[in-house]
Design a protein. Sequence first.
Length: 145
Amino acid sequence: MVREYSVRDFKDILKIEEEAFSPKNPAYDLFVYLSHSNDLLVADIGGKVVGYIAVMDMNDSSKIISFAVKKEFQGYGIGSLLLDRAIERIRLRGKRSVLLEVRVSNLRAQNLYKKKGFKVVDVIHGYYRDGESAYLMALNLFDDL
Ligand SMILES: CC(C)(COP(=O)(O)OP(=O)(O)OC[C@H]1O[C@@H](n2cnc3c(N)ncnc32)[C@H](O)[C@@H]1OP(=O)(O)O)[C@@H](O)C(=O)NCCC(=O)NCCS
């Protein structure tokens, strides 16, 4: 089930985030992301949170600011489902596009985004704290109208 985040999910999300990202992001980063997100969805299996996606609205677009699935649940379509739901809700809020940054080395996430129609629109050199660059990817929500 995909549902909206509630405060009691914070610890679960923090754990998923810590496991999923390497090098690690400091916990306060996640706290800041979550408190600035306009839409935060979790994947819940029988009361257990196994993934989340956080979206921040900008003027006429929305940005995916954090997105992860618990390690042992990856590869079963949960990320795809969370992304579909988030995009659906962004579209309903009348936004024109969805943006995100992804590590150039993160081919797995890039594959998923490309399947959903995202395209690389820019490279942001040295974007991450460890110096790795990011691809800025965008999905135009009017392409399929
Ligand atoms: C990216 C992530 C959220 C995807 O979630 P997921 O539940 O594993 O993804 P899904 O099972 O829905 O897979 C969707 C697509 O991802 C890609 N994918 C999944 N597993 C993959 C693997 N082992 N190798 C390459 N691509 C893979 C495929 O394109 C797959 O589509 P397919 O099943 O039709 O082949 C998850 O892998 C994750 O949490 N990764 C670590 C954190 C991260 O990188 N977040 C994104 C930051 S921008």
